[in-house]
Design a protein around this ligand. Sequence first.
Ligand SMILES: CC(C)(COP(=O)(O)OP(=O)(O)OC[C@H]1O[C@@H](n2cnc3c(N)ncnc32)[C@H](O)[C@@H]1OP(=O)(O)O)[C@@H](O)C(=O)NCCC(=O)NCCS
Length: 201
Amino acid sequence: MNPSADRPEASPASSAGVRLALAADAAAIAALDVELFPDAAWSEAQVLEELSGYGRRGWVVVPAQSGLRPDAGSTRVEPTREVPAGAPSGPGDAEAVALLHERSLSGYVLMRTVGEVSDLQRIGVAPSRQRAGLAAALLAAAIAGVREEGAERILLEVAEDNAAARAFYARAGFVEIDRRPRYYRHEVDALVLEKVLGDGG
Ligand SMILES: CC(C)(COP(=O)(O)OP(=O)(O)OC[C@H]1O[C@@H](n2cnc3c(N)ncnc32)[C@H](O)[C@@H]1OP(=O)(O)O)[C@@H](O)C(=O)NCCC(=O)NCCS
């Protein structure tokens, strides 16, 4: 999660905050998703489902100056929990409205948790913000969140030819436990990775 000192072009994670994703973030997440996964992007409706369905939650990176989080100047990995996606009208509405004007997000992670297993559905960081520790901060927030829900391990699939993601997951402590041949549209295998959430996370 440490910002990389030798990559000055990337804004450091310390200038951003991680918070729980809201329904109002769906459009911005979908916009980033199509940029990062042009062949398999999720629509805004699909993202909304990922944010509001049973056991589903996400986290996003927002600029520190967004004004939504007074403490967002540091990379806090504790999500703001008061206004989850799909929450009924209430005190969170003002925050949700403010978010409608905050169109651009730097990164997101989407998780599905059922019982002791949490599936990492998506993680992505805007190309201009990569290698600044943002995905690591997102993953830390997600791990903290799914542990609270009872998850004991995280599973995901990654394309064998996605070197950046594989390096990221390896650094984060994921290990390969299986392979799905020709899983992706371009006939590339998927590697199934697992991270067991021990006492240290
Ligand atoms: C994979 C991805 C989310 C990583 O996001 P990121 O914010 O750049 O990652 P971080 O800065 O937190 O990286 C943490 C560590 O992971 C490793 N890492 C991340 N990207 C890497 C890359 N391109 N090459 C090698 N190692 C990498 C490094 O060890 C890095 O630490 P360092 O920068 O101090 O060396 C990002 O590359 C991305 O959005 N890719 C496109 C979407 C995607 O493929 N998502 C995964 C689908 S399964």
